[in-house]
Ligand binder design. Structure first.
Ligand code: SG4
Ligand code: ZN
Length: 224
C-alpha cells in the first residue's frame, strides 16, 4: 500500500492528490467518488444477483474495519459477473442523498476477474432495530490497527436491505489512489442497526468518510 494518508489535517482528503504522484486522480480526476446523489434518471438497470458466502476474516486496517470475504461470492449485473473480495465500513456515510448523510455506509467491493474493474455496492446504515449480522461483526471488531480475527458463520447477506433498488454511476475509489475504476451501485433503501452497535464502530472510526465531490458531467441512473 502507498503513502500514509488520513481523514484530517495535513494528510487529509484535500491533500491526498499531492501526497504522492500515484494519487494524482484524487485532485485532478473528474469522475471521483463519493458524490451527493441528487437528480437521477430512471433506467432499465439489470437486477442485482447476489450470491455471497458466509465467513471470512475481519481486519482493522488502520482506515476501517474490513471483512475479507470467503471465496466464491459473486454479484451478477446483466451479463457481468463480479467476485466479492471484501467489505468494509465508513462513518458517516460517504454518499449523500439530496444532501443528507447517514450514520454509516457499508461497501461491498467486487472485482471483475477479466477486466479488473471494480463493482462496489454501497448500503446505508441508520440507527434503529438491531441487525444481528452487524451485531455479530461489531462484537468482533479488532480494536487495534493490524489486528485480524476469523469469522465463523457470519453471512453478509444479512446486511442487505429488503429491496435491492439502486442508483448506478461511474466513479472512483474513495481513498488514495482514487483510481477511476469503479462501477458504483448504491442501494436506495438503508438498513437499520442498533445504535449501540454503530457506536462500536464510531468508537474506533468516528470519521472515515471522504467529502462528496462534484458529479461533473456524470449522470446517476436509478433502477426504479
Ligand atoms: C477502504 O480503505 C478499504 O479498506 C480498502 O480496501 C479500499 O481499497 C478503499 O476503502 C477504497 O474502497 O470502496 N471505499 S472504496 O472506494 O478496495 C480497495 C483495501 O485496502 C482497493 C483492501
Ligand atoms: Zn469504502
Amino acid at each position: 500500500e502507498g503513502v500514509h494518508w488520513s481523514y484530517e489535517g495535513e494528510e487529509g482528503p484535500e491533500h491526498w492528490g499531492s501526497l504522492s504522484e500515484e494519487n494524482g486522480a484524487c485532485s485532478v480526476g473528474s469522475q471521483q467518488s463519493p458524490i451527493d446523489i441528487r437528480e437521477s434518471i430512471k433506467a432499465d438497470l439489470p437486477d442485482l444477483g447476489l450470491d455471497w458466502k458466509s465467513g471470512g476474516t475481519i481486519l482493522n486496517n488502520g482506515h476501517t474495519i474490513q471483512v475479507k470475504a470467503a471465496p466464491g461470492g459473486t454479484l451478477k449485473r446483466g451479463d457481468k459477473t463480479y467476485e466479492l473480495v471484501q467489505y468494509h465500513f465508513h462513518a458517516p456515510s460517504e454518499h449523500l442523498v439530496e444532501g443528507k448523510t447517514f450514520a454509516m455506509e457499508a461497501h461491498f467491493v467486487h472485482k471483475h476477474p477479466e477486466t479488473g474493474a471494480l463493482g462496489v455496492l454501497g448500503v446505508f446504515i441508520t440507527p434503529g432495530a438491531k441487525n444481528t449480522t452487524f451485531a455479530s461483526l461489531a462484537a468482533k471488531f479488532p480494536q487495534t490497527a493490524g489486528e485480524e480475527a476469523a469469522l465463523d458463520a457470519v453471512d453478509p447477506r444479512g446486511l442487505l436491505p429488503a429491496s435491492l433498488d439502486y442508483w448506478a454511476y461511474e466513479g472512483s475509489l474513495t481513498t488514495p489512489p482514487c483510481s477511476e475504476i469503479v462501477d458504483w451501485m448504491v442501494a436506495r433503501t438503508p438498513i437499520e442497526a442498533a445504535a449501540s452497535d454503530i457506536e462500536k464502530f464510531t468508537a474506533l472510526y468516528s470519521m472515515n468518510a471522504r467529502p462528496a465531490l462534484s458529479a461533473n458531467r456524470r449522470y446517476v441512473l436509478s433502477s426504479s
